[in-house]
Design a protein around this ligand. Structure first.
Ligand SMILES: Cc1cc2nc3c(=O)[nH]c(=O)nc-3n(C[C@H](O)[C@H](O)[C@H](O)COP(=O)(O)OP(=O)(O)OC[C@H]3O[C@@H](n4cnc5c(N)ncnc54)[C@H](O)[C@@H]3O)c2cc1C
Length: 501
């Protein structure tokens, strides 16, 4: 065998798994298709500006600490996080009013109490009572494999108090908002995390209110841009002798008699290993990189039932001025019916709406080194269908970018379009082509509760020996979810490898 372990893909999940495997003395190779580490959570440079490819928010930062602790390192020596406060500047679509979303729970309650003191009290009560459950459960959940019923039972046995919170977790997000809060403003304000979680409030599960809670526990941005996060992990990987092969794509995983033997690259090179850890999407892995008969029909059928999370497009702007901002991030506050309407236009009808609900991030607000002196960078993320009704992204992408710039100019930052010195866009199709992001889906599969935990593919393959999976398609989509999946997957692979190495 050429290696003990081959990791396919240097996304957050692959780097996390690879770093831990290498730190345990295993001869490990990570093979990455693109010329950059980090996948959706990386950066690129253009015209003197540093842009985040996709992810621009770090929550539950202690997951990153776990990775460094597991490799005997300190996170602060590799990447530093800057706390966001306020979290967002919010523009209310109902009346154009603007609000700052404070970082602290008390600050949020203060904002809500301007509209409804009862809602403010209800918010604080929820955070006090459910917050304690959430803190403990999310820590256990982030670190425990959940691919089998047995794993789930173990999880609930470890932390039975979660059963008392099931009514919040299972209820639709919009119902939770209605049950807890009386004022439409509160529902709009606290409804935004449902959208960040990739679904409008009526389709999202109450589970995602944890996202809202987590934001107020702490939302961060890494010094040096999002790319600093995977770069730190790649440095640790290299320090333990891990090898990174860039701009090389794995085409097939070689399986013989139900066990992995190695991989074949697109140029025909064969590399062998005792275990394979895949950070590629699990559908792509099982359907295209292995396929029948090594993957049973039932598994292929099961994979087809997974719903994708929404896809999106990202506009990247370099600006020749320092934008007058109050927070790194900006969002709209929209009524849930409006969000449903946007959603159905985009994802049921396949219509690209340049003015669709999104997130704006200007990281130079917290780290001015990402642009030349006196300049700024700004990215805007719009939800966008992967497959367009009667058209292709390549035909409309530049018009779509202009629509997006107009949307930012009209709704958020008047006058910005006169300052654009650099602009480009990544569409869902670009994400798919550049980093194999299947369907351009930001969290791989849906983030509804019925697509989490047991309902996502297992970190240890149940049909192929020596095959392990990590990344958003196996755990909670998001950067911390992917890093946590890498830690769990490395543990599972180590268990097997330590028996034979
Ligand atoms: C626009 C956007 C915004 C987002 N915003 C946030 C946010 O603010 N906060 C947050 O927590 N999450 C956010 N997310 C989600 C988060 O970024 C992802 O869930 C997470 O980064 C996924 O990590 P991953 O390890 O699963 O894989 P990916 O990031 O998808 O990386 C997989 C890597 O594997 C490589 N690869 C795939 N197939 C092969 C192959 N066959 N051979 C070789 N290499 C291969 C790819 O090139 C890629 O580098 C966002 C996602 C997007 C797209």
């Amino acid at each position: 065998m050429d290696y003990d372990a081959i990791v396919i893909g240097a996304g957050s999940g692959g780097l996390s798994a690879g770093g831990i495997l290498a730190s345990r003395g295993l001869k490990t190779l990570i093979i990455e298709k693109s010329n950059n580490v980090g996948g959706c959570a990386s950066s690129f440079a253009a015209d003197g500006y540093q842009f985040d490819v996709g992810a621009c928010i770090i929550e539950v930062p202690w997951v990153h600490d776990w990775f460094y602790e597991r490799t005997g390192r300190r996170r602060e020596d590799y990447v530093r996080f800057i706390r966001n406060d306020p979290l967002y500047e919010l523009v209310d679509m109902m009346d154009g009013n603007r609000y700052l979303m404070p970082a602290s729970f008390e600050g949020v309650a203060g904002l809500i109490s301007r509209f409804s003191p009862r809602d403010a009290e209800s918010f604080l009560k929820f955070c006090r009572k459910q917050g304690a459950v959430m803190d403990r459960f999310s820590e256990v959940m982030m670190q425990t494999p959940q691919g089998r019923i047995r794993d789930m039972l173990r999880l609930f046995t470890k932390y039975p108090r979660i059963l008392g919170s099931m009514k919040y977790i299972m209820s639709p997000y919009s119902k939770l908002m209605e049950d807890l809060f009386e004022h439409p403003f509160t529902r709009r304000l606290l409804g935004t995390p449902a959208v960040i979680g990739g679904l409008p409030p009526s389709l999202q599960s109450g589970f995602m209110f944890w996202q809202c809670y987590a934001e107020h526990v702490g939302m961060y941005y890494p010094e040096g841009g999002m790319g600093a996060v995977p770069r730190g992990m790649a440095i640790v990987f290299g320090e333990f002798g891990g090898e990174l092969m860039m701009e090389s794509e794995v085409k097939r995983v070689i399986v013989k008699k139900g066990k992995v033997k190695g991989v074949v690259l697109t140029d025909g090179t064969i590399i062998t290993a005792k275990v394979i850890v895949s950070n590629a999407n699990s559908k792509t892995l099982y359907e295209r990189m292995i396929g029948e008969p090594d993957v049973p029909k039932a598994v292929i059928k099961g994979l087809k039932s997974y719903e994708f999370s929404p896809s999106c497009a990202v506009g990247y702007l370099g600006l020749d001025y320092k934008i007058d901002l109050k927070a790194q991030h900006m969002m709209v506050l929209a009524d849930s019916r409006l969000l449903e309407l946007f959603w159905s236009k985009m994802f049921d009808e396949g219509i690209a709406l340049g003015e669709s609900v999104g997130l704006i991030s200007s990281p130079t607000f917290v780290d001015p080194t990402l642009a030349p002196a006196g300049h700024s960078v700004l990215t805007f993320i719009t939800m966008a269908p992967r497959h367009l009704k009667g058209g292709r992204w390549n035909d409309i992408k530049w018009d779509y970018l202009e629509k997006g710039i107009n949307m930012v100019d009209n709704l958020y930052l008047p006058g910005i379009k006169d300052h654009v010195t650099f602009k480009t866009i990544a569409t869902p199709e670009d994400f798919e082509n550049r980093i194999n992001l299947l369907n351009g889906s930001i969290y791989a599969y849906s983030m509804s509760i019925m697509s989490q935990m047991l309902f996502r593919p297992s970190n240890r393959s149940r049909c192929i020996k020596g095959l392990y999976l990590c990344g958003a398609s196996t755990h909670m989509g998001s950067v911390p979810g992917a890093v946590a999946s890498g830690i769990m997957t490395a543990d599972l692979a180590l268990n097997e490898l330590e028996k034979v190495v």
